[in-house]
Design a protein around this ligand. Structure first.
Ligand code: HEM
Length: 359
């Protein structure tokens, strides 16, 4: 008998993967009992805080505050905060006064009554709400969630949150991109991770940049997590959706869409624009979604000791799928590849031929 056949006839012991599951009081099962505490919070957030709405304003607000809380951290200066630590709400009277946190009071008003009801740390509540908010937006990959953040004992100082016109007060520099990348890098995020995280602006908008108008989206499809933001920010800016001349705003290419100065500059800077960053995301839903998922997981635990936390990712719901046709980038009406500025890096052209903008 041939040896391969003989080996197949040998008695084998099949070891089934034994995973111990815990049944929570509400009937859900989890692999770590600590995660049971999250189900009542999830239910409340879904049905009451987000009122069962899809990728809505409330969801966008919850995502933004998670970033503003987490970025209060520095690898070089402990006085810059302890990261994703809830300080933005715990010390709301201090942090919500900072210019960069304009509008975060909406998130505070939305979340504070729910935080008061549930017995988890403020830091966990903020990051959990953000993860849940993402599951409302088609196109997102299911976020992971680490549980067990320690709350802040002091506020983050002013200057930790980048602004669209970001100027490092210490250097008096005017270089938006350098300063934003330096601030994010100081907190532990690479330029590629900054670009990855900015995919969040695909489901975002501004209430306060143009004081005459609120709810101005950053791309023409703010209810889906698609690559359209990375397309539209590269196109030549020609108009303001409202009044011009607002700090942090530059001309956008699409009517009704607001373009942040920071997004415009990041889309054109050699550190972030080229194929490893901004342009690589164009029409590459899988790349954008997976790089965002990883960078977001890192952002959510900045400053925290992950070895003392529990992986409760299984509590997070599976987001709705974005169909292949909806995920396809498109040329905004009336615009063509000729609207990509000629002064942009030469490989910027590749973005637009990839999805065959009509000429
Ligand atoms: C790195 C530089 C960044 C800058 C300069 C920046 C700046 C801004 C500004 C000025 C707004 C508009 C606020 C308003 O007027 O209502 C905004 C909105 C928003 N940003 Fe960013 N952002 C950055 C990064 C991020 C990151 C990393 C995330 C999430 C991971 C994020 C998530 C959001 C969301 C979700 C909104 C919409 C909030 C809402 O609709 O209520 N941003 N951002």
């Amino acid at each position: 008998m041939n040896t391969r056949l003989m080996s197949l006839l040998q008695p084998r012991v099949f070891v089934a993967a034994l995973t111990h599951r815990v049944v929570c009081p509400d009937g859900n099962t989890v692999s770590n009992e600590a995660c049971c505490a999250l189900f009542p919070v999830l239910e409340d957030i879904q049905t009451s805080m987000f009122a069962d709405e899809d990728c809505s304003d409330a969801a966008h607000t919850a995502l933004r505050v998670a970033f503003h809380d987490a970025i209060g951290f520095s690898n070089s200066n402990p006085s810059m905060g302890t990261g994703a630590d809830g300080s933005i709400f715990i010390f709301a009277e201090t942090e919500l006064d900072f210019d960069a946190n304009l509008g975060i009071a909406d998130a505070f008003n939305l979340e504070a009554p729910f935080i008061a009801k549930h017995n988890i740390s403020v830091a966990d509540f903020i990051q959990f709400s953000a993860a849940v908010s993402l599951t409302k937006c088609p196109g997102i990959l299911r976020p992971t969630f680490m549980f067990g953040r320690v709350d802040a004992t002091f506020p983050a100082p002013d200057g930790t949150v980048p602004e669209p016109f970001h100027v490092d007060v210490l250097k008096s520099s005017q270089k938006t991109v350098d300063d934003i990348l330096a601030r994010m890098g100081d907190a532990g995020l690479t330029p590629a991770e900054v670009v990855a995280l900015l995919a969040s602006h695909s489901i975002a908008g501004a209430d306060d940049v143009d004081p005459s108008l609120s709810g101005l989206p950053f791309d023409s499809t703010p209810s889906v997590f698609d690559t359209q933001f990375f397309v539209e920010t590269q196109l030549r800016g020609t108009l303001f959706p409202g009044t011009g001349g607002n700090q942090g705003e530059v001309e956008s290419a699409v009517a009704g869409v607001l373009r942040l100065q920071s997004d415009a500059n990041l889309a054109r800077d050699s550190a972030t624009a080229r194929l490893s960053g901004w342009q690589a995301n164009v029409n590459n839903q899988a790349l954008m979604a997976s790089s965002f998922q990883q960078a977001f997981a890192k952002m959510q635990v900045l400053g925290q000791d992950v070895s003392k936390m529990v992986d409760c990712s299984e509590v997070i719901l599976v987001p709705p799928i974005l169909s292949a046709s909806a995920a396809k980038a498109f040329s905004p009406p009336g615009l063509t590849h000729k609207d990509v500025p000629l002064d942009a890096p030469s490989d910027i052209w590749q973005c637009c031929y990839l999805f065959a903008l009509p000429s």
